[in-house]
Each structure stands twice: as structure tokens, then as C-alpha cells.
Write a protein that binds this ligand. Structure first.
Ligand code: NDP
Length: 230
């Protein structure tokens, strides 16, 4: 069973849709149950049958724990985790003028939320000796090319990349593959209408990493199914 965070819209929804078309049972997790229900209804009939929705605010450990409890009781265990939920705040502010609150909110969602979701779901994967974890990062978090753009977001995504490497090393012997992905610039609420990529194109590498074979890579950063610099 796959779980996608922030799956009510954008890349999270498209990733869930593509995983469903491949025959997986997919949990669409998000903050807003009504938005999740609308997203689920927009799926094809066959996909809807394997689509489960659950309320999960990644910034709340209580919400994550409640979602895990519900899923364990009603659906089963998660073996594919796509950490997609994120916010982009203070995009045009500079590194010193962006507010402390914007830094905190960004890190609460993009980094600490991801870590807390992993704390909740990765131990069962390690125990089962099978798991695929995809951390949706960004080219903005790539240290090799980092600029002044979106400081809080970019720093949080660089930290996501560091977390990915450390978690991959921790899971190395256990059949759990952990990778980070840059989906490219994608037409979503976050990416805006001028982005060159469709959500379908943006989700491709996410889905590829979520369905890697047992001898697939771990601890890498990928764009267009190719490893890229950190
Ligand atoms: P959107 O803004 O379109 O969607 C973001 C999703 O994250 C929404 O479902 C939102 O839910 C959810 N979310 C935000 N905060 C929380 C929270 N606290 N708990 C649970 N869910 C939350 O963004 P995209 O689809 O474009 O982005 C998806 C991922 O791709 C992100 O990690 C982003 O950084 C990354 N990315 C996107 C790029 C782009 O060009 N679009 C480029 C590079 C990376 P809600 O509706 O409740 O707000």
C-alpha cells in the first residue's frame, strides 16, 4: 500500500493517480477531508476502488499518529511512502528579511513534517524488510546550483536532501530504498501556470522511484530518472 502526503492536489494527487493506474492501493493523505473526497471522486471508477483517503496534517504528530492508527486498523501497512507535502513561503524575500515565522512554518512542513511521517511509517517497513520512500525535494535545494531564490524553501529542501541520505544509510541493509527527487518546474498551484511541465511529467520520476525493483538505487537525488548533483 502506498501513502502520498499532500495528495488532494498538484503533484501529490497526480502521483497518487499514476500509482493507482499501476494497480497499487493508494492512501491519499491531506489536511482537508472535503478536498480529498473531491480529488478521489475525480479518479476513474477502477482507481476509486483502490483509493483510500485519510486526514493527515504533517505538522501535527497527533494527526500523523491518528492516521497511522486508522490505516493499520482498516487498510494494512504502508510499504511505499511519498513525502510530497510542502509549502513555499516568502518566495521573493531575501535570506535576511524573510520572517522567522516563515522560516519556522516552512521547516515545520517541509522538513520536520517529513521526518515525523517517516518516524511513524518507516519502522514497519524496516521490520518487513521492504519499503520505498520518495522524498519530494526540489532543484531549489540543490547546493551545487543554489542561488538567492526562496531562501526558507531552498534551505528546507537542502535539509530534505541531507535527511534522505542519512535515512538511506540507516536503512541500507533492510530492503528499504530511500531517494530524493526534483520533479522539475511543474504547473501546479505552487509552480504557477507558466511552468513548462505538466503534473503528469512532474510525477513520472516520483512514481519510478516509488516502484523501484529490489536492486534499485538508494540514497540518490534524481531528476528525469537520472541521478543529479546534491
Ligand atoms: P501544491 O502547492 O500544488 O500542493 C502542495 C500540497 O501539500 C497540497 O496538497 C497541500 O495541502 C499539501 N500540504 C501543505 N502543507 C501541508 C500539511 N501541513 N499537511 C499536509 N499536507 C500539506 O504544490 P506542488 O504539487 O507543486 O508540490 C508538491 C511537491 O513538489 C512539494 O514538495 C514541492 O516542494 C515539490 N516541487 C514542486 C515544484 C513545482 O514546480 N510545482 C518544483 C519542485 C519541487 P492543502 O491543499 O491542504 O494546502
Amino acid at each position: 500500500m502506498a501513502l502520498v502526503t499532500g495528495a488532494n492536489r498538484g503533484l501529490g494527487f497526480e502521483t497518487a493517480r499514476q500509482l493507482l493506474t499501476r494497480g497499487l492501493t493508494v492512501v491519499l493523505a491531506g489536511r482537508d477531508l472535503a478536498a480529498l473526497a473531491r480529488a478521489r471522486r475525480s479518479l476513474g471508477e477502477q482507481e476509486q476502488r483502490r483509493a483510500v483517503t485519510v486526514q493527515m496534517d504533517v505538522t501535527s504528530v497527533e494527526s500523523i499518529a491518528a492516521a497511522r492508527q486508522t490505516l493499520t486498523a482498516q487498510v494494512g501497512s504502508v510499504d511505499v511512502l511519498v513525502n510530497n507535502a510542502a509549502v513555499l513561503l516568502g518566495e521573493n524575500d531575501d535570506v535576511l528579511s524573510i520572517t522567522a515565522e516563515e522560516y519556522r512554518q516552512t521547516f515545520e512542513t517541509n522538513l520536520f513534517g517529513m521526518i515525523d511521517v517517516c518516524r511513524a511509517f518507516v519502522p514497519a517497513m524496516t521490520h518487513a524488510r521492504y519499503g520505498r520512500i520518495v522524498n519530494v525535494s526540489s532543484g531549489a535545494g540543490q547546493l551545487a546550483t543554489m542561488s538567492a531564490y526562496a531562501p526558507a524553501y531552498s534551505i528546507s529542501k537542502a535539509a530534505v536532501n541531507a535527511f534522505t541520505r542519512i535515512l538511506a544509510s540507516t536503512c541500507r541493509a533492510g530492503g528499504v530504498l530511500v531517494n530524493a527527487v526534483d520533479p522539475g518546474w511543474v504547473r501546479t498551484d505552487m509552480g504557477g501556470p507558466s511552468a513548462p511541465r505538466s503534473p503528469q511529467e512532474g510525477a513520472d520520476t516520483i512514481v519510478w522511484l516509488a516502484t523501484l525493483p529490489n536492486d534499485g538505487p538508494s540514497g540518490g537525488f534524481f531528476r528525469d530518472r537520472r541521478a543529479i548533483d546534491w
